[in-house]
Write a protein that binds this ligand. Structure first.
Ligand SMILES: [Zn+2]
Length: 200
């Protein structure tokens, strides 16, 4: 029997951050944008789960063609997609059946984490949107603020936590993790200025 997960915006990002892909398929470049199933692709794919997200009231109001099209999880077709994974390179794919127009088409698109529109996500508990081992973890909170946490070992293990300012949040959403490198350095050096919890 096939075991699959129900996937929502709360765990999809965590899932993507936790998976290492490799280059044995050359990045599936034909599928950086929506494209129809090929026999070759199909043989390598395993179903992982099904996205279950409430559609936005503007669900049809999105541009989803092109390699750089943003992924808005609460809009068509993403909120109802199935998730597949390539067994050779671990790449994740969205899949949906396009039934409008000229007969059914089985469409796939590579899931590129950097294209997911984080701002369209409203978490019901603090969710991890990115992390790198012990270096940093980025959270989005239910009140739509963002926070960064790092781990530090000074004989005992510590988590150092900081809620981003409005400016830092905008910088992060625009430029990604590099915009927080000074903040993360400061958290490491001057950790006693921050909210600190020890591991138990
Ligand atoms: Zn592959």
């Amino acid at each position: 029997m096939e075991t699959t997960f129900e996937i929502n915006d709360q765990n999809l990002l965590h899932f993507l951050a936790a998976t290492k892909t490799n280059n044995s398929c050359g990045g599936h470049t034909d599928f950086l944008e929506w494209n129809n199933e090929t026999e070759e692709l199909k043989t390598n794919l395993t179903k992982i789960g099904q996205i279950a997200i409430q559609p936005n009231e503007k669900q049809w109001d999105s541009q989803y063609w092109g390699q750089e099209a943003k992924i808005q999880l609460d809009r068509y077709p993403y909120y109802g997609c199935e998730i597949f994974q390539c067994q050779k390179c671990n790449t994740f794919f969205f899949y949906y059946l396009e039934s409008g127009g000229h007969g059914a088409q089985k469409r796939y698109r590579v899931i590129r984490k950097e294209l997911i529109d984080i701002e369209s996500i409203t978490p019901s508990y603090p969710i991890i949107i990115d992390y790198k081992n012990l270096d940093y973890t980025i959270f989005k909170n239910p009140d739509l603020t963002y926070a960064v946490s790092i781990s530090k070992n000074i004989g005992i293990g510590l988590d150092v936590y900081y809620q981003l300012s409005k400016e830092e949040q905008e910088g992060y959403l625009r430029d990604g993790i590099n915009s927080l490198s000074n903040r993360i350095k400061d958290m490491d050096l001057n950790y006693s200025n921050y909210k600190v919890t020890s591991w138990r």
